[in-house]
Design a protein around this ligand. Sequence first.
Ligand code: C2E
Ligand code: CA
Ligand code: CA
Length: 437
Amino acid sequence: WLPTTPQPRRSFSELMASRSFYEKTHDLIMNNFDTQYVVGRIDIEKFKIVNDVFGAEEGDLLLKYLATKIKHYVQDFGTYGRLDADIFAVCFPWSLNNVERFVNYMQTQVKEYPLEFDVIPCFGFYIVDVVTLPVDIMCDRANLALRTIKGNYVKSYAIYDDRLRRSLIEEQSIVSQMNSALESGQFEFYLQPKCSIDTGNIVGAEALVRWRHPMKGLISPGKFIPVFEKNGFILKLDVYIWESVCKLLRQWIDEGRQPMPISVNVSRINLYNPKLCDILIGLVEKYQLEPYLLELELTESAYTENEKLLVSIIERLRGYGFRILMDDFGSGYSSLNMLKDVAIDVLKIDLNFLRNSAQSERGQKILQATIRMAQSLDLPVIAEGVETREHVDFLLRSGCMFAQGYCYSKPVPIEEYERKVSESQIKSSKAKKQEQL
Ligand code: C2E
Ligand code: CA
Ligand code: CA
């Protein structure tokens, strides 16, 4: 099972290697009913880079080294094998201690390997609770656990458990229902008012998607957006919400009201949609809306992912007349760089940035400096997640003009938002009259 030169496709000997691991492991488990086993899968992160940068021969040496170390560790009490070019598998008696000792051992061995590259192994484990399960399925489960920590440099291993199983089942159920849910109008949006801190008046709203599920009731986006960002369905859902918002704006205009802008969220996945700008422009043209009415919230993390792409899309959209809000500002690592490179219209301060800052004097100073900096760039700032009177007072002192949060209103259905807007307008016209007296 020691690796030879890595090949793009699985060779016959590799297939045999994995089959022999499955057979050996099956026999081990079946012949030792009194022992509970754990099946582990070991992947090398970015192994392809090792091959590309140092050459296939060097990659091959690394794999041989790892294979020898795994064999040395496991051979006396378990089985080991190679499932694919850079994927290894093991099986040994289960205990958390055993798993952690193995992980530590492998990490130490990898660190000692002389290569000018950070080789990072990651591990997924399945505790064998159903001995009759085919070993390849056990390996799949170990892999499902492993996938939850890929790219996560803090956690190096994960164990397949009931919670993971439940969340995978939940994910499957979301995926199997999403298309029919969209077609049957189960997705809708709530509106959360944005207010002027000074007067408390409503100045606009953000549209936040909700899934009105016939059995489960109202589902929050936190449950399904991550799944839709993984499988691409967010492209469709976002457009659906944008169009629904455009329809509402059109309806308000037709009813003789003067609508305030509504912002919509644009998933970072949508930035990779080459038709993004055309779709947005097409929508405001179809509903004959001034583009400033449909504000676009782009998340700061999109900048970290692909700065050039973000800049070019924003340029085009702003050129057409859309206003761009930078969402979740202060949540990433490159907030200040982003401000330097990207021309936007509004800065939206992240909920946690506000929450964490409010707690310490140092944090308060950083947030205040951020607001001042935005002011010097003529950028209006809106804070999100404003929950308490203390938040409001602090923001007011710091020169932040706008706020959105439970302190003003939760996201509400459209009719309720309309009512709140009328109330706010009556209040503000009364205040104006009093000023004139
Ligand atoms: P976001 O864009 O940062 O939206 C703000 C979230 O904070 C909303 O959660 C809102 O309900 C919540 N929030 C507002 N005020 C407060 C407050 O005072 N305290 C606390 N604790 N929370 C507050 P929601 O509606 O669950 O949405 C979560 C996220 O889902 C959004 O975060 C956004 O990233 C995403 N999302 C929502 N609708 C859409 C959509 O149509 N398309 C896309 N791509 N993403 C969406
Ligand atoms: Ca948002
Ligand atoms: Ca946000």
